[in-house]
Design a protein around this ligand. Structure first.
Ligand code: PEP
Ligand code: MG
Length: 327
């Protein structure tokens, strides 16, 4: 069975009725690019850039970040790479950023991700400069984590333009036009206002790991409530559905990069909700591709419709079980 999956690496991800699906990889470090490519990734849908900052006492400078990110872009050899800016705060131990973070009593609701970047403009600018320098080696998109308002998008976009101008002044090559700037949709407020946010974002990436946690007010790391964490909650599905539809209405690309994107059991539901761009760990790419090729987009729409008509997550799970059984 493994050999049959292996053989799928070079096959297209297309449904039985001809709908093309884009499958990309989530990575943390350049060393993972090889696995992404050998599993047939069409691009990198999410570079979790914070891993460059973890477990070290001093901050990497612009040069080191540019080299590391440029390495990823070069190794992808012309395939698109989406680089997310720093997504840290509170719960992640980051000695190099201790000065910025201070004490945070409620990390998930605190100075996290893009909020931290906007509070530490020198840090943000250094990272944007590194990303722009990496972007001369291939197609790059910039993704902002934990976006809540359009204002945050506009602030980062202004910083990006200034950083680009500064680099050009230094004689450093910068891509023209500048890379697209997208919003992670992982705060319920962003999902619910996705139609308005689409005016300030060039693309959306739905982060269902955090979106589920924030929508249900469930801390996944808290064992007392971990069993209540459920991406099949109808509220979460509606947030995904509305975000996807808002992106389509606005004519901007949307993908999904939470863990459920890499679980073939969810594939008919996600496709049926209109998502045709899924990003996941390299190890999941081939089994999701197999699932995509085994189903029809028409059946996926019927599955999603049946799932959205249910109010009980247990019954929604039964709809997905049924879709898997008929695969
Ligand atoms: C998410 O929140 O769904 C996501 C993809 O980002 P992370 O898991 O890095 O928070
Ligand atoms: Mg997240």
């Amino acid at each position: 069975r493994d050999r049959r999956l292996r053989g799928l690496a070079s096959e297209p991800a297309v449904t039985a009725d001809g709908v093309a699906v884009t499958l990309t990889a989530n990575i943390e470090l350049p060393a993972e690019v090889a696995a992404a490519l050998s599993n047939g990734a069409e691009g990198i849908g999410l570079v979790r850039s914070e891993f460059v900052f973890l477990n070290r006492a001093t901050m990497p400078g612009e040069e080191e970040q540019a080299e590391l990110l440029g390495d990823i872009v070069r190794r992808m050899n012309g395939r698109p790479v989406t680089i997310r800016t720093l997504d840290v705060g509170g719960e992640k131990a980051l000695p190099a950023l201790a000065d910025y973070l201070g004490d945070c009593p409620n990390p998930a609701l605190g100075l996290r991700a893009v909020r931290l970047s906007l509070r530490a403009p020198d840090l943000l600018r250094m990272q944007l400069a590194a990303i722009l320098r990496a972007a001369v080696h291939g197609p790059v998109r910039i993704l902002l984590p934990m976006i809540t308002t359009g204002r945050e998008m506009r602030q980062v976009r202004a910083a990006l333009a200034e950083v680009a101008a500064g680099l050009r002044q230094r004689g450093v090559a910068v891509p023209d036009p500048l890379p697209p700037l997208g919003a992670m949709i992982e705060v319920p407020a962003a999902a619910l206002a996705a139609d308005s946010l689409a005016r300030d974002a060039d693309f959306f990436s739905i982060g269902t790991n955090d979106l589920t946690m924030y929508a249900l007010a469930i801390d996944r790391a808290n064992e007392q409530v971990a069993d209540l964490y459920d991406p099949l909650n109808p509220a979460v599905l509606r947030l995904i559905q509305f975000t996807t539809a808002a992106a389509q209405r606005a004519g901007i690309p949307v993908n999904i990069c939470g863990e459920i994107a890499g679980d073939p059991w969810f594939t008919p539901l996600l496709l049926g909700l209109g998502l045709t761009d899924l990003s996941m760990t390299a190890q999941s790419l081939l089994s999701v591709k197999q699932r995509v090729r085994s189903l029809s987009a028409a059946d996926a729409r019927a599955t999603a419709q049946a799932a959205m008509a249910e109010t009980d997550p247990v019954r929604i799970a039964a709809v997905l079980d049924q879709a898997s059984a008929s695969a």
